[in-house]
Design a protein around this ligand. Structure first.
Ligand SMILES: C[S@@+](CC[C@H](N)C(=O)[O-])C[C@H]1O[C@@H](n2cnc3c(N)ncnc32)[C@H](O)[C@@H]1O
Ligand SMILES: Nc1nc2[nH]cc(C(=O)O)c2c(=O)[nH]1
Ligand code: SF4
Ligand SMILES: [Mg+2]
Length: 245
């Protein structure tokens, strides 16, 4: 099954527990939800952008959709031996489980395998690919900042499956994130293990009307979560500071 791919590039992971690790990013197109803070516009060109030289933004283009073989060839155009892992991101990569099942066996030679970047709302889809994934960074989406309904039950089921692999949880926060929300997220995580790391990710200004979180508020939210979990880190998106993809 071919897949709509927005872009493929080699960069440094700018978020979460793998921050600083070199990765090849495969950005699958489309999402099942619509977070108000989302920084990833849909690629409407009909072409997948593939960066030819890391950091140079010298894209070549391939017409969408791409076959698993075409994506694997693009990924292997980078020296995978220096890459920590392959990041499957989006959009929501779990909308494309048949494609992922086809693609992963083609990809050889990273140090730590396949990293899945996901909104954590599609547990059944996760169960279709879990055996092919090595590390999972899942979001818990908080209504005050996503502008959406909560997904507590979906996140709970998702974490139960994700827990079979290495997993950490990212929670994007803004100035209006409530005490109750951060505590509910921390309790949900603690049900699967007090040692699972929660990353508090301050929202980066993307859409208009998004207020960034003040240092005092971020520290207070971390303090609340640390009463429930052993590992709670505040890590802002670092790739944006460097102007990297
Ligand atoms: C673009 S999403 C793609 C993967 C998946 N759909 C998800 O939401 O996890 C990748 C990560 O970027 C985060 N993100 C998106 N927009 C952001 C913003 N304006 N500030 C901080 N993080 C943001 C998401 O919360 C998610 O952790
Ligand atoms: N450098 C870099 N790090 C990232 N971490 C998560 C990203 C994403 O959009 O999924 C992302 C991204 O787009 N670029
Ligand atoms: S789930 Fe991820 S890709 Fe989808 S809208 Fe939210 S942040 Fe953007
Ligand atoms: Mg991004």
């Amino acid at each position: 099954m071919p897949c709509q791919i927005a872009e493929i590039f080699s960069s440094v992971q700018g978020e979460g527990l793998l921050v600083g690790c070199r990765q090849v990013f495969i950005r699958l197109q489309g999402c099942n939800i619509n977070c108000s803070f989302c920084d990833t516009p849909v690629n409407e060109t009909g072409f997948c952008k593939i960066e030819q030289h890391p950091g140079q933004k010298d894209f070549r283009q391939l017409p969408n959709p791409l076959s698993a073989k075409e994506v694997a060839d693009a990924v292997h155009s980078y020296d995978l031996s220096i890459h920590h892992s392959i990041s499957l991101t989006g959009g929501e990569p779990l909308l494309w489980t048949s494609f992922i099942r086809e693609l992963i066996p083609f990809i050889k030679g990273t140090r730590h395998g396949i990293y899945l970047e996901t909104n954590g709302t599609l547990p059944e889809a996760l169960s279709e690919v879990i055996e092919l994934i090595d590390i999972i960074g899942m979001d818990i989406k908080l209504p005050s900042i996503s502008g959406l309904i909560p997904f507590w039950e979906e996140h709970r089921l998702f974490l139960k499956i994700a827990g079979k692999k290495q997993v950490f949880v990212k929670v994007v926060v803004g100035e209006d994130t409530t005490e109750e929300e951060i505590e509910q997220a921390a309790v949900l995580i603690s049900e699967y293990g007090k040692g699972i790391t929660m990353i508090i990710q301050p929202v980066s200004p993307a859409a208009s009307g998004i207020k960034s979180v003040s240092p005092a508020r971020a520290l207070y939210l971390q303090q609340l979560a640390l009463k429930i979990l052993a590992n709670v880190l505040i890590i802002p998106q670092t790739h944006k500071i460097m102007g990297q993809l």
